[in-house]
Structures are given as C-alpha cells and as structure tokens.
Design a protein around this ligand. Sequence first.
Ligand code: SF4
Length: 335
Amino acid sequence: MEKKRIVTGDRPTGKLHIGHYFGSLINRVKMQDEYDEYILIADVQALTDNFNNPEKVRNNVKELVKDYLACGIDPKKVTIYIQSMIPETAELTIYYSNLVTISRLSRNPTVKTEIAQKKDLFGESVTYGFLGYPVNQAADITVLNGDIVPAGEDQEPLIEQCREIVRKFNSIYGEVLKEPEIYLSKNKRIKGLDGNEKMGKSLGNAIYLSDSEEEILKKVMSAVTDPKRIKKDDLGNPDVCMVSYYHKLFNSEDNYNNVCKECREGLRGCVECKKELAKKIIEYLKPIREKREYLEAHPEIIDKVLIEGTKKARAEAKKTMAKVKKAMKLDYYED
Ligand code: SF4
C-alpha cells in the first residue's frame, strides 16, 4: 500500500533546541518508517520577517539539517529540501493569490497574533509577503501532494486556510489538488528555563541540541526555582520550579518523584538539584551532540542530503504544476 505523504518543515532562523526536539523532531523520527515524509527548509518563509537579514537565513539552512540527522532523521527515508529551490511553489502561490481575499488573510488568527508580535519590524503596516505567507504555505503543501501536515493547535488556522484554497481551486478548475489533513500534535510545548510558556532563541531561555556540556551546565544553573526557597531545609514547591519540570522530562519517573518529595520535605539543595539535572541532560543529549559534531566535520554529507532531497521534491512539484497549469488552461506549449 502506498504510504501517506507528510509535509512538514522549519524556518531556518536558528539552531533547534529541546523544545523542537520534544515538540516535533521525536515524532518525525517515529513517523519516518510509516509515512513518506518531506521536510521543507522554509527559507522563503523565513525571509518574510527576516528580509533584512538574509545571512541569518542562509547560515541556518545547513544547521537545521545537522540537527535533523543528529536526532535520527534518516535521509534515506525522509526527503529534506530547500523551499527557494522549488520555483514551482512560488508559481503556485501566485495562482492561489487570486483565490484568497485580503480580509480573510487579515482575519487568520495565527497571522493576526504573529503580526501583533512583530510590531517592531512592521510598525503599523504589515508587508504583502508576511500577510500572504499562509498562501505560500498552502502552495508548499499542495505542490507536493501532502496528505498530512503535523502541526500544533496554534497552526491549525493555517492548515484550514490551505484546505479552503484547495476547495476553491478544485471547484473552479476541477479536482486537481489534494486537501491535506492536519495531524494535531499531542506533544505539549516545552517551557523555557525562565518559566516562560515558550522556549525560544529570542527569549534566551533555550537549551540547544548543539550546546556544549559547559553551556548546558551554565544554563541549568540559571533556571528559575521556587523563589520562596532560600535555605536547603526550607520546604519547597517543585510545581513552581523549572528544574523539577525538566527533571520530569530527562529523569526516570522514580527519580523525578524523589526530587519532588525531597524538595517538599526540605531535604534537597537547589544547587545540587540543578547539577544533577544538568548531568541528566548532558547524558541524554550526548549521542545527538556527538553525531552533530561528526556532521560538522563532514559537510559533504549535508550537501548531498540537500541536493538529492531538493531534486526529488522538485520532480514532484513539476508533476503537480503540469496538472495545475493544464486545469487552468495555461498549458500553451511543451517546455
Ligand atoms: Fe527546584 Fe530542586 Fe530547588 Fe526544589 S530543590 S526548588 S525542585 S531546584
């Protein structure tokens, strides 16, 4: 039986951290045997709010691939490709732009939230490119005939917008495009070391998959703990402590329960508790970090993955575009 196709991806704006690892990378590794997985490195989309910093976008493309492979994504099973090297996506975006109104895009809750968060960049007036990125994203998914798009709840309106575009296209030009399904991720978002609901580069509260042992230790030592606890024998509350939160992620259930018990009974010092956690995180990430270091030393592996993945994705995109253009009566002559 033919495998269902997943289309997913990341914007190359920074290295990946443990929030990405638990939020999406683990799932991608799990799903790579069962599904035909395509991972898009969304450099065009990254430029919509980094248009003034192209070096940042370019420099992070290969960093993402190193993170993927280091975490166990197998390029023999998964196609990893660069968005800007699939010009068919840009072409399809133009055709889709006739099927979406400005007011519908402006009402998209995900876009609305993001525009509000980017006031510093856009001021009072958002760019055409940023407002329209859901249209570009719809083209990314459908040009590859994606069946499934894994996403968090906050991304749901983007997938719904894509489905609407597909329905409208098919109703006008005929049944050409596949309407993708969302695969709602059950993985919860990982909080930052400072207790912020989100872990992120700009927030300075993340542990990266590429962090050295020293960096991990330093970051863990700065994590937010129970503020009411001053001395070791003060009775603590692990429920408000980020160190206990990460113990739950990286430690065994028994050890985690013991951390909480000792904290509540005033039998555990915060410094020791943090050191113990740092050791666990370092151990957990060691194989990832070592594989990443190997890939750093072998850039030809990354190039090969990207060249071959992009070639395969482009061949798929060309097939879809041939059908799209025929349906739209744009198939004038053979190329
Ligand atoms: Fe947090 Fe551990 Fe300190 Fe309790 S003992 S407040 S769990 S760091």
